[in-house]
Design a protein around this ligand. Structure first.
Ligand code: MN3
Length: 205
């Protein structure tokens, strides 16, 4: 069974002016598609694994019955597949502002306020050397935590459940902002879909 890209809930230009339409189009239809295609190519060799949810496979990566070369290819491309699938969901038009509900409360209690959280998350994102992601996860102690991962490594690999993220690969911002990573991170808060993140949090705690 081939895994397909999840449908985008908004148009490519819906996140303008914070994230431009061309970047969204290439990011979704080329980059994400390539991760999906390469993940499917690995899974073709393992029909039993191909039937499973890639999220479950990423959680269990170290124990997957694959040879090492395939496992590494699956880590990179299955990671790219599940990471971007979450990324599109937690962004949206008419978004931004402050998180409310259980999410808002939990962020406040964990980080000492939304602004403190933003500061810490932004620092994590800006501090990534090369390509990677910053995440808000539910860790194994069931607490919110900010972490970052290199390349397309998924928090799932370490038993963390990601609920919010920012893609810090240059392909996520370079067309519009070139080397100005800080501008991209600042703009990103305007597309953060906290309603969706709150739903994701409620579904996993
Ligand atoms: Mn990307």
């Amino acid at each position: 069974m081939k895994h397909e890209l999840p449908k985008l809930d908004y148009l490519y230009d819906a996140l303008e002016p914070w994230i431009d339409a061309k970047t969204m189009e290439i990011h979704y239809s080329k980059h994400h598609q390539a991760y999906a295609d390469k993940m499917n190519a690995v899974l073709e060799k393992y029909p039993d694994l191909a039937k499973k949810d890639p999220i479950e496979l990423m959680k269990n990566l170290s124990n997957l019955p694959m040879d090492e070369k395939d496992k590494n290819a699956f880590k990179n491309n299955g990671g790219g597949y599940v990471n971007h699938s979450l990324f599109w969901k937690i962004m949206g038009p008419n978004a931004g502002g402050e998180p409310i509900g259980v999410l808002g409360e939990t962020i406040k209690n964990t980080f000492g306020g939304f602004n403190k959280f933003k500061e810490e998350f932004g620092k994590s994102a800006l501090g990534i050397f090369g390509s990677g992601w910053s995440w808000l996860v539910i860790n194994q102690d069931k607490k919110l935590e900010i972490i970052s991962t290199p390349n397309q490594d998924s928090p799932l690999m370490e038993g963390n459940i990601p609920i919010f993220c920012i893609d810090i690969w240059e392909h996520a911002f370079y067309l519009l902002r070139q080397n100005r990573k800080n501008e991209y991170i600042d703009a990103f808060w305007n597309v953060a879909n906290w309603k969706k993140v709150d739903e994701i949090l409620s579904s996993v705690i």
